[in-house]
Design a protein around this ligand. Structure first.
Ligand code: ZN
Length: 72
């Protein structure tokens, strides 16, 4: 879930489902800083990895539309 590039670290979005998904967080000097960054940005920890806000919203919208279609 952590991408390493040129001695910099970024947290990768676990799902990348949303069309506007940023794919990864900002590159930082350490894994801890990269994790702090996504926490600060309110990414959601799923237990296995981090999900960005855009994907989180995408899933929430999907859950709602599924519930709606079942109810009608
Ligand atoms: Zn995402």
């Amino acid at each position: 879930m952590i991408i390493k590039k040129n001695n910099q670290f970024a947290v990768e979005c676990q799902t990348k489902e949303a069309s506007d998904c940023p794919q990864q967080g900002e590159f930082c000097d350490s894994e801890d800083e990269a994790r702090d960054w996504v926490e600060y940005e309110c990414w959601l920890y799923s237990g296995e990895g981090w999900i960005c806000i855009q994907c989180n919203e995408y899933f929430m919208a999907n859950i709602k539309s599924i519930r709606k279609s079942k109810g009608s």
